[in-house]
Design a protein around this ligand. Structure first.
Ligand code: AGP
Length: 608
């Protein structure tokens, strides 16, 4: 996700916009830029790097203006660079964009045929040329409306036009856009923090609404041009709370962003009607798959837990042997990996030293590498043969949450597309798998609704000396993930274990003091895990079950029962992940831990 802001009014618009970009930096920070009206028309300044780099570059110019737009980028298409930074320009049209244009390739072809020259790798530039084309016969707001009729995807736009200096047009679909109301000045931005110092009176735009800001007023209409009545809302957040969207911590905000993060990661990548998945992002051709004999997956930490789930998915749906390694172990075990093998690298940051070392080792030994990564232009993504980007937006909290669940989604799409190609998944099965994916964001919303119950569990057990997490099958990695989240956020020792393995040792830990979190989906292992719960109960252990079995016996035999929606055995992992993320968060808060920046940890471990 990116941050956009526009200002029109009596202050120095350049300073207002630069300050607003700094407050939006949590939304993305690989490059930034502004466009402002001066006596030369519209001028644009952009650069790779953080807002402070742009600000220091502009300082000597002492720029002033009354109408300015700005953008801080979180790259989704095209590496972080000055050319790909926003604002983008097409003759007299200049705009900034947050979102993903799904049909940008056919539109780019059409605009090239119309004679437009492209200077960036972004999807955004297409929108710029399209609006410019319409602006030759329409006023700006109508040109925007006409252009959007051809656009598919998600967008929040702020657009200005050289010969209409007293106007900013904003529009949104599936990406946030808010208008700030001042005295003779108006703001438009991705999020409230951008202008909270100047205005707390907000119009929250809805999808398909167009805002036309001038120095006199703001007009809101639909895409059809019909005026829309909006209620002015006043926010009382402090600026720092506003940067967290009103949440107390980035971690909680990012846990709650998972429905959108998953929806953004899915967007444009499959067709549930036809049951087809767009495989080219994995860098695969059909013949590659048919000759593929072995797959390796390497990762660290939470990404390693996604890798373990990937093994279940790929071996289950594609029937190719998968070896999963903790990245720091891979290159020291003399791995038997050869040319023609595939390595899947999973890394949120794309900069984890252990993971990069394993990736380079695999390349050196001749394997093909594709990375599932959340940061465009990161080292892993640049060195891989192919990249599948999780569009979860910047993950600020050190504990990985939305990146984790979008990694699982990426692996799921790969497994379905590969299984399709190998003829192991029928069209009907593929449609069923993809239908479950379409409704997953909604089911994650329901899993988030367990928050209050989880908070009660946290209150009861936050003083415990340790926790045991148990799961079977695809939920064994979720047991590991739940234990890791708790350890890194609350500093309580916790173990994740395959439930069937508990009797081979960890059962000695069980007593009345030890909370045992058990992941109990209704699947073929249900009865076995019920017996494991009984083994814990007979030794006085406290059972907190996370299950989708509404009326089954599991809740009767548990001390606490958290219900999540049902789905298939692979996507159940996403729904089980949410309560364990929330539990770690609430226990960490109750123990007064620094939840966003836990002691001893870093967001990206760039040392071995
Ligand atoms: C997860 O909550 C941790 N912060 C950590 O284990 C992390 O997953 C690990 O360092 C890997 O990071 P990456 O995904 O950026 O490679």
């Amino acid at each position: 996700m990116c941050g956009i802001i526009g200002y029109i009014g009596k202050r120095n618009a350049v300073s207002v916009v630069l300050e607003g970009l700094r407050r939006l930096e949590y939304r993305g920070y690989d490059s930034a830029g502004i466009a402002f009206f001066s006596n030369k028309g519209i001028e644009v300044r952009r650069r790779r790097g953080k807002i402070k780099d742009l600000t220091s570059m502009l300082e000597p110019e002492n720029l002033t203006s009354h109408t300015t737009i700005g953008h801080t980028r979180w790259a989704t298409h095209g590496k972080p660079s000055e050319e790909n930074a926003h604002p983008h320009r097409s003759n007299g049209i200049v705009l900034v964009h947050n979102g993903i244009i799904e049909n940008y390739l056919p539109l780019k072809k059409k605009m090239i045929e119309k004679g437009y020259q492209f200077t960036s790798e972004t999807d955004t530039e297409v929108v710029c040329h399209l609006i410019e084309n319409y602006a030759r016969e329409y006023p700006l707001e109508d040109a925007v409306r006409e252009a959007l009729k051809e656009i598919k995807g998600a967008y929040a736009l702020a657009v200005i036009k050289e010969d209409e200096p007293d106007k900013i047009v904003g529009v949104r679909k599936d990406c946030p856009l808010v208008v700030g109301l001042g005295e003779g000045e108006f703001f438009i931005a991705s999020d409230v923090p951008a202008f909270l110092n100047y205005s707390r009176d907000i119009l929250f735009l809805d999808d398909g609404e167009v805002a036309v800001l001038t120095s006199k007023d703001v007009k809101i209409t639909g895409l059809d041009g019909v005026p829309v009545k909006k209620r002015v809302q006043s926010v009382s957040w402090s600026p720092s709370m506003a940067e967290k969207g009103g949440y107390k911590h980035f971690m909680l905000k990012e846990i709650y962003e998972q429905p959108r993060a998953i929806a953004d990661t899915l967007r444009g990548r499959f067709n549930a009607e036809s049951g087809s998945v767009n495989l080219e992002e994995f860098g695969f051709k059909e013949e590659d798959l048919n000759s593929l004999e072995k797959i390796f997956i390497v990762a660290c930490g939470t990404s390693y837990h996604a890798a373990l789930i990937g093994k279940y998915m790929i071996e289950g749906l594609v029937r190719i042997p998968v070896e999963v390694d903790i990245a720091s172990e891979f290159r020291y075990r003399k791995p038997i990996i050869k040319s023609g093998d595939l390595m899947i690298v999973i890394t949120q940051s794309g900069e984890t030293a252990d993971t990069l070392a394993a990736q380079r080792e695999a390349k050196k030994l001749g394997a093909k590498v594709f990375t599932i990564c959340n940061v465009v232009g990161s080292t892993s993504s640049r060195e891989a043969d192919a990249v599948f980007y999780t569009h979860s937006g910047p993950e600020i909290g050190v504990a990985s949450t939305k990146a984790f669940t979008t990694q699982i989604v990426g692996l799921y799409l790969f497994a379905i597309s590969a299984g399709n190609i190998k003829g192991l998944i029928s069209e009907d099965m593929s449609k069923e798998f993809l239908r479950e994916l379409l409704v997953l964001p909604g089911k994650v919303e329901k899993a988030l609704a367990t928050d209050e119950s989880i908070k009660m569990v946290a209150k009861q057990f936050f003083k415990a000396r340790g926790f045991l997490y148990l799961g079977r099958g695809t939920n064994y990695p979720i047991a590991l993930e739940g234990a890791l989240k708790l350890k890194e956020i609350s500093y309580i020792h916790a173990e994740g274990y395959p439930a069937g393995e508990m009797k081979h040792g960890p059962i000695a830990l069980i007593d009345e003091e030890l909370p045992v979190i058990v992941l109990v989906p209704k699947d073929n292992l249900y009865d076995k895990i019920i017996s494991n719960i009984q083994e814990v109960k007979t030794r006085g252990g406290k059972i907190i079950s996370i299950t989708n079995d509404v009326d089954g016996e599991v809740c009767d035999i548990s001390d606490k029962c958290i219900l999540v929606p049902e789905t298939n055995l692979y996507l159940t992992t996403v729904l089980m992940a949410v309560p364990v993320q929330l539990l770690a968060y609430h226990i960490g808060v109750l123990r007064g831990c620094d939840v966003d920046q836990p002691r001893n940890l870093a967001k990206s471990v760039t040392v071995e």
